[in-house]
Ligand binder design. Sequence first.
Ligand SMILES: Cc1ncc(C[n+]2csc(CCOP(=O)(O)OP(=O)(O)O)c2C)c(N)n1
Ligand SMILES: CC(=O)[C@@H](O)[C@H](O)COP(=O)(O)O
Ligand SMILES: [Mg+2]
Length: 629
Amino acid sequence: MHTFLERVNSPQDIKKLTFAELTLLAGEIRSLIIETVARSGGHLAPNLGVVELTLALHKVFDSPQDKMIWDVGHQSYVHKILTGRGGALHELRQMGGISGFPKRSESEHDAFATGHASTSISAAVGMAVARDMSGQDNHVLAVIGDGSLTGGQAYEALNHAGHIGTKLIVVLNDNEMSIARNVGAMSGYLAKIRTAPGYAKVKQDLEHLLRRIPSIGDRMVQTAERLKDSVRHFFIPGMLFEELGFTYLGPIDGHDLADLTGLLEKAKQMSGPVVLHVLTRKGKGYAPAERNADIFHGVGPFHAATGEIIKKDGPPTYTRVFGDTLLTLAEADKNIAAITAAMPEGTGLKAFAGRFPARFFDVGIAEPHAVTMAAAMACEGKKPVIALYSTFGQRAYDQVLHDVCLQELPVVLALDRAGLVGEDGPTHHGVFDYSYLRHIPNLICMAPKDEGELRHMLYTALQGNRPVALRYPRGSGIGIGVDLSEPLQVLPVGQAEVLRLGRDVNLVAIGSMVNPCQQAAAQLQEQGIDAGVVNARFVKPLDRSVIHLLAETGPLITVEENVLAGGFGSAVLECLSDQGLAGSRVLRLGLPDEFIEHGAHALLLKKYSLDANGIARQTAGFLRQLFPE
Ligand SMILES: Cc1ncc(C[n+]2csc(CCOP(=O)(O)OP(=O)(O)O)c2C)c(N)n1
Ligand SMILES: CC(=O)[C@@H](O)[C@H](O)COP(=O)(O)O
Ligand SMILES: [Mg+2]
């Protein structure tokens, strides 16, 4: 029974509830989120940690007039429930259902779309200056986690906000965790604030005392002010934010509704920028998630009663094969180093971190820094491998271009979660990387047809002395039975693998699309169409002679799990145009020029006709068009 939840359809309903009722409501919200995520997967621990915080925010502020911006947005389920979407939670992250992230088109209460970390303070500054320009006085809040506060953009925004001094509130949700344990000097600084005994009281008493020091004459005033500052610095660790122009409030227990609302009311009265430091427990209220906040950060289906994750049988993931292969290669070459931007588990580097702690670097959510740092390591003879999700690699485009490729440095960019990622949706699909990489000079860009080829590609990348981007998909390999003891081969750079030449048509596929193309070719065979399949392996350098040969043989279908705009198929068309074969019969299959919604990976492939059936159907249709009976 969700007695209180049933009474909450909008944030206005929160305002009428007493603290005792809100506490009961918090329990019901937790149960609903646990039940929902246990069924269909999602971001559990981050949401359980912000139940009271979200209730307090909606009690004190008036959304949608007041703007709440959720950094990353993976912790916005409670906000969704309180803003009229509780009834739609059962279809969270499923195709056609509500998104797992804030989305302006979904609700007027979702002030700004998020998904990539560390953008919320910039967005809050933008909303605040727009408000000031229109002479309005609504409140603007950025809710940012301690992990997201490791991202450079957060500091750019703090710097600017402190400079202009406009009214906005940064709620720092500090749970000492990124996905893994949070890292970095800022994290250490927050820990100091947390552990300073009776800090808030000391700060209050001290300010009171300092205000009572008499000021006599100009010089004396200056000296006294300097003295006050030194005393503040000595006793008050939160001064960093104050020095940046913010009023620092906290730290405060983020599960105490009375304290939270009290301090939020105080923040509301301030005229300039405020940082409100809130301490929460990731996974709060669900023992398995409290114990293993990293595992329950983003999780697949599990048994709600026990917290036991429902294991999927199947081949090892690409991530796993990448991690294991890198570990093997690093045993033999002490120059190999691994870098992650706050995702050691997600990118398969946890074992590497354990085995080679001195060669492993978690830089925080700092993709641009990771890439420039790797470039400099390569200058000094090291072989850095940066494992990023393709979508987060977008953050480091300029660093790849300007720091790595311009200097032709041997850095390996391992782009995991390339292609459609499924339920996380448009903020996370890695469908732009061929397009954002293939025009960069000096860069080799490759994608394996299966998990076995991934091993050889990683080896190839580390053997060469050039920048390489290697992209592979989320989830299980195709099940070729990887043997880690199988000797690794250097693949000839720029050479495609002709799997079978077709008489009627040839499918030239890259990466994850090779396997469905082979299945499609088998289906076409049954329809009497002889279709060949070529594994392109390289988007850059492209195998121009194979493309030439195929175009002269007959119709050509390019297939990629990337947007068509500027992708692999575009590269093939450019190549044909350069070779004077612009009139070739080419059909490009890939993703359209739009943001792809969330939904199960298989359903999305089907929707965009990139599964075997869709590829076969489109190929047959193209041939019918070319050769009407
Ligand atoms: C640019 C970018 N890099 C990496 C990620 C992956 N990611 C999602 S949540 C997260 C940790 C965020 O930690 P924090 O902000 O403290 O939130 P918490 O989950 O602890 O509430 C990371 C690394 C991302 N969303 N965006
Ligand atoms: C919110 C975020 O960016 C990550 O938590 C991401 O959702 C993880 O995705 P994977 O499940 O593919 O590791
Ligand atoms: Mg955190």
